[in-house]
Design a binder for this molecule. Sequence first.
Ligand code: URA
Length: 245
Amino acid sequence: MKKTRLDKILANSGCGSRKEVKALIKSGSVTVTGKIIKDPGYQVDLSTDSIEVDGEVLDYREFCYLMMNKPAGVISASWDRESRTVIDLLPEPYRNMKLFPAGRLDKDTEGLLLLTNDGQLAHKLLSPKKHVPKTYYAKVSGKVGPEDIQVFRQGIQLDDNFKTLPAMLEVLQAGEDSEVMVTIYEGKFHQIKRMFEAVGKKVKYLKRISMGSLKLDENLPAGSFRELTEAELDELKMLVNHIDQ
Ligand code: URA
């Protein structure tokens, strides 16, 4: 049976940094299946052992999955020398869980961002071979019309000559500024902005609404987050495991 170090389990569960949980274990606050364990390297069998910290049962899950409504002004990275990152918006215990954003949104883009420490799921979700659909709401300068829908449908040659896959463009409102929904199947740098630039328009506001089966919870204000529900996670895993290679 696979065993895992006690300090690693506690650190992954957000009980503190590796150093902090070592001190916690040495202080005698942690029991494994009823016995006080003071060795941080103690090998736990997660299929049979139960862990308590200060008398409270630890709800251990190997990975954590958060849906965030990213606000404008923070960057999609785990750490940055200058700017605030999406991880800086998280409270304890999430900050200690080695979460990272699965995919990037520009600093001025808002909306759905998945934060996880499940590298395998993130890798599949972002794999260029998987073509996971991503839908964005955008406000665009200029009148978006049927000819733009047609160009997006055919795929667009970007400024670096990269030709995008066919994308779906739905016009919600057309005028001096237009409101649209766009679905793309890749994740190139500034892709939506560059696609509109290619048809002579400028994106003024961009918000991601969905990624694969995952939809941004409308009740999440910008800058806040929640854990994925079991149903959301199951659906996402099913999608990335079955979508075309
Ligand atoms: N396309 C963009 O141009 N920016 C984003 O943040 C996401 C997609």
